[in-house]
Design a protein around this ligand. Structure first.
Ligand code: HEC
Ligand code: HEC
Length: 416
């Protein structure tokens, strides 16, 4: 049971808070029970201190940012509206297999609503006949990210979508996809309504899909409600888990701020994905992507893991580094990490408790890029349970929409 003392800050703590609002930064370890987190208020904002560094506290999520060059309609609080013509078009196109090479794959094929708008296989499928080489990410809350994909190589939903439709996922060619859309009268009308014309069908398709994705947000998790001030939204165990998250378990060092992600890149020393050495299709996906990224030959010959951020930067310090994943909605999207190697939150917490694993960059190349932030945590069994229970609190209601009926080309056509 929590005592009243825990619930209400002491007079001394209140005095500290007053001091900081007049401009002092001050530190106090949460002073009761077995709490571990060290809270600091600086310039009116809350941080947690670990190893002498400050990390922004978690915050509830507000409406997603909307780029100026792809406006969409929002309500008075800034939340994107579902009955915007652009969003309605984007919703159809998200389910539209015409936006792929052989006309059989849509965004929804790998971002399935019943699987948290992701896929529950460790490694995603690709276009027919091949395999992708990474785990499919949820598109829920992708609207908040400024670095998309596991290695963060795209800056916006508008630039992410074409690389999905054209690359290993969809294998589509732009002129083919454009001609297919222009053939369908309902689409011609909808593009006109949303964009004024259908002159740039693919470019505008990506913009419409991005607008639709901005309506796929999860901001109602118990953790969000708690951070908005509803103290009842998390129970005692979860509040202890939150304290561990911010302190002893060190999660806040990377999973921080409103996104629960600093959008920076780390190598955690994850286990290798055994599928790459067992299943030819998986190895082909992996090797072909490594080659496509223009990796120098000496690296290409040696590498047996996903190079991550290195694909973009070609700096060897970036080998094996990936973007910190946001944590909302994760109940629906196991297995976890860029190659789906950990199956559930028990395995995740066990992994961090060990201080992460061996570094495959070190094994293959003789130098390490593993982050120094992961250390053995010595969590007790009860603490592990509290932390897992807290992590579960990041997941709100599942998101389902009615599968749209897609318009078809007319049965009789004339050559234009
Ligand atoms: C064949 C499977 C497949 C298809 C089809 C597919 N995706 Fe993905 N998607 C993935 C995989 C796998 C990843 C992670 C890839 C990576 O990091 O390189 C991903 C990542 C994403 C992300 C990044 C999320 C984040 O947190 O950064 C977004 C957004 C996304 N997809 C949207 C789309 C859209 C829009 C379409 C349709 C135009 C689409 N996807 C089609 C498999 C697919
Ligand atoms: C050093 C930075 C760092 C710290 C500390 C850290 N993480 Fe992570 N976390 C990451 C990165 C980076 C990824 C994605 C890595 C990848 O896929 O290779 C990730 C991924 C995850 C995922 C998988 C999410 C998904 O969608 O696949 C979970 C769950 C997670 N972290 C929970 C935690 C918890 C709980 C803690 C504290 C015990 C923690 N993390 C500490 C950086 C960190």
């Amino acid at each position: 049971m929590r005592t009243d003392k825990e619930r209400n800050p002491s007079v001394l703590e209140k005095a500290f808070r007053v001091m900081v609002t007049v401009g002092f930064a001050c530190t106090f370890a949460a002073s009761v029970g077995a709490q571990t987190a060290v809270e600091v208020i600086k310039d009116g904002k809350k941080f947690f201190q670990i190893d002498g560094e400050l990390f922004p506290a978690l915050e509830a999520l507000g409406p997603p940012p909307i780029p100026r060059d792809n406006p969409q309609r929002v309500d008075e609080d800034g939340w994107p509206l579902k009955d915007d013509p652009k969003v309605r078009l984007g919703e159809l196109l998200f389910f539209e297999p015409a936006l792929s090479g052989d006309g059989s794959v849509s965004c929804q094929t790998c971002h399935v609503q019943g699987a948290g708008w992701a896929l529950n296989s460790a490694i995603s499928r690709s276009y027919p006949g091949q395999s992708h080489w990474r785990n499919s990410q949820s598109v829920v809350n992708a609207a908040y990210m400024s670095k998309l994909f596991w290695d963060g190589h795209k800056e916006s939903l508008e630039t992410q979508a074409p690389s999905a439709a054209k690359g290993l996922a969809g294998n589509g060619k732009a002129p083919m996809m454009a001609a297919r859309l222009q053939m369908i009268p309902e689409y011609v009308a909808m593009f006109k309504e949303a964009f004024g014309s259908i002159r740039n069908p693919t470019k505008d398709a990506w913009r419409a899909i991005a607008a639709f994705e901005r309506t796929l947000t999860s901001t109602d998790s118990p953790v969000d409600e708690y951070l908005r001030g509803d103290e009842e939204a998390l129970d005692e165990e979860q509040i202890r888990g939150l304290d561990l998250f911010n302190g002893k378990a060190r999660c806040i060092m990377c999973h921080n701020g409103p996104l629960a992600s600093d959008e920076k890149f780390y190598n955690l020393g994850l286990p290798r994905q055994p599928l790459f050495s067992k299943i030819p299709k998986n190895q082909i996906g992996f090797r072909s992507q490594t080659y496509t990224a223009g990796v120098p030959e000496e690296v290409f010959r040696k590498v047996k893991f996903d190079l991550g951020l290195y694909f973009k930067s070609h700096n060897k310090e970036d080998m094996g580094k990936f973007r910190t994943q946001p944590l909302r909605f994760i109940e629906y999207t196991p297995p976890y990490y860029h190659h789906g190697v950990l199956d559930d939150l028990e395995e995740v917490v066990e992994f961090y408790d060990q201080g992460g694993g061996d570094d495959y960059v070190l094994e293959d190349f003789g130098f390490s890029t593993k982050t120094a932030r992961l250390k053995k945590l010595n969590l007790t069994d009860d603490e592990k349970e509290d932390l897992i229970y807290f992590l579960e609190g990041f997941t709100g209601e599942e998101i389902f929409i009615e599968i749209p009926v897609l318009p078809k080309p007319p049965t009789r056509i004339t050559l234009r």
